[in-house]
Design a protein around this ligand. Structure first.
Ligand SMILES: Cc1ncc(COP(=O)(O)O)c(C=O)c1O
Length: 452
């Protein structure tokens, strides 16, 4: 499925039948993004059970940076399936787990000795990072950020910011979690402006230690280098340097949640590299497995060895098929220059989005790092345009393009396309997005569309 002529999908009998079965069999808590049911996928294209084809700007929520069914990944999976599929690494270990741990120890930022282990999901990796930080420091508290997303298990929910639909009704959450404002320059919590603010939001942490929680009680600060679900919020370049220095000063561990930013998305293998920081613990998932469920926790060797034998692990963590896929993903990055591709795709998107911004005031902010790009949609006085965002995404779907929203206010459209996407595919997708934005702008009575 190399190229695509985007067309309006026509729901056929098979997807309609599946929709009925889904409603009867699956709880409504499992959100329904689109009504299509996938039959096949390749590169940046999905085909549904009725033969409709879609261009994918969502990548299974950022899990397919190497593309759907990347040939090297598929071959590695087949090869592993023909040998063995599951033994449980803690019962009968195997080489691919160790080799992948070695690779991540080598590739994550920092030249110090590191160790890595594997679990099944981003949330599980976050949980484990906190367990290890508490075991190593002997301290209880964790600092996290407004608009952060770390997953749906209990500790991960506690660290997550957005209330609906993620947290409401599931209380109480694990305690000793303290939330501070992030570097969301477009909606600065301190009503300051960069650069004259001198990155006050990072320095504010010192104030938190006086007014909220004592520094000597804090085990870790956990942070996404660029907020993912929170709306692709990109801090100023010096932000993480300041944060890391404050953590170091108080012997607090810095945990980078690179579940969404990792594996080339921001134009480097890890976004931490873009900020020149070396986190004590770095959490990966999503695109690590090339489409299979796998997550990693990598950290300084002495920190990772704090929990005793048997204190970490899980039945399926680091499954051999997933490890084989991940080794192929890394090979793909080493050969394919996919991080450079992220920068090229991101740059094209950014330029196009800036031109939209100059035409339509609904585009309040255009931001991103490498291929992790987004637009924030607003009405007057930056009021979040959530309804309009939904309309744009629906219109895109109706013209064969899959895109995702993000943000605490649901008013951000984010780019998570496979980095293997061709320029032609990108242009085709951007043309659809442009038409959808134009149509919503022209219809909206809040916004008078300006001539181009
Ligand atoms: C930054 C971040 N951390 C953690 C998670 C949770 O990962 P998972 O859905 O694999 O549990 C996500 C998922 O979107 C994420 O974006």
């Amino acid at each position: 499925m190399p190229s695509i002529q985007l067309r309006t999908p026509i729901p056929g009998p098979r997807s309609q039948e599946l929709a009925k079965r889904r409603i009867a069999a699956v709880p409504r808590g499992i959100y329904l993004g689109t009504p299509m049911y996938v039959a096949r996928a390749e590169g940046a294209i999905l085909e549904d059970v009725d033969g409709n084809r879609f261009l994918d700007f969502a990548g299974g929520i950022g899990c397919l940076n190497v593309g759907h069914r990347a040939p090297r990944v598929v071959a590695a999976i087949h090869e592993q399936v023909d040998r063995h599929m599951h033994t449980c690494f803690q019962v009968s270990p195997y080489e691919s787990y160790v080799a992948l741990a070695e690779k991540l120890n080598q590739l994550t930022p920092g030249k110090f000795a590191k160790k890595t282990f594997f679990v099944n999901s981003g949330a599980e990796a976050v949980e484990n990072a906190i367990k290890i930080a508490r075991a190593y420091t002997g301290r209880p508290s964790v600092i996290c950020f407004e608009d952060a997303f770390h997953g749906r298990t209990f500790m991960a929910m506690s660290l997550t910011s957005k209330t609906h639909p993620y947290k409401a009704g599931f209380e109480p959450f694990p305690g000793d979690v303290y939330r501070v404002p992030f570097a969301y320059c477009y909606r600065c919590a301190f009503s300051l402006t960069y650069p004259s603010c001198e990155v006050h939001c990072a320095r504010h942490l010192e104030d938190v230690f006086r007014r909220v929680v004592a520094a000597e009680s804090v085990a870790a600060v956990i942070v996404e280098p660029v907020l993912g679900e929170g709306g692709f919020i990109v801090p100023p370049q010096e932000y993480f340097g300041i944060l890391a220095e404050i953590c170091r000063h108080h012997n607090i561990l810095l945990i980078a949640d690179e579940v969404q930013t990792g594996f080339g998305r921001t134009g480097a293998l890890f976004a931490s590299e873009r900020y020149g920081i070396e986190p004590d613990i770095l959490v990966t998932a999503k695109s690590l497995g090339g489409g299979l469920p796998l997550a990693g926790i990598t950290g300084r060797a002495e920190i990772m060895d704090a929990p005793g034998s048997g204190a970490l692990g899980g039945t399926f963590g680091g499954n051999p098929v997933a490890c084989a896929a991940a080794l192929a993903v890394i090979e793909e990055f080493e050969r394919g220059k996919l991080s450079d591709r992220a920068n090229a795709l991101g740059e094209r998107f950014h330029q196009r989005a800036r031109s939209w911004q100059s035409r339509w005031p609904i585009i309040g902010d255009v931001r991103g790092l490498g291929g992790m790009q987004a637009i924030e949609l607003v009405r007057e006085s930056r009021e979040p345009a959530e309804e309009e965002t939904k309309q744009v995404i629906k219109l895109c779907y109706e013209h064969g393009l899959l895109v995702l929203s993000a943000g605490s206010y649901g008013n951000v459209i984010r780019m998570l396309m496979p980095l293997s996407m061709t320029d032609e595919q990108l242009e085709e997708g951007l043309a659809v997005l442009e038409k959808a934005l134009q149509s919503v702008c022209e219809k909206s009575h809040h916004i008078a569309a300006q001539p181009a």
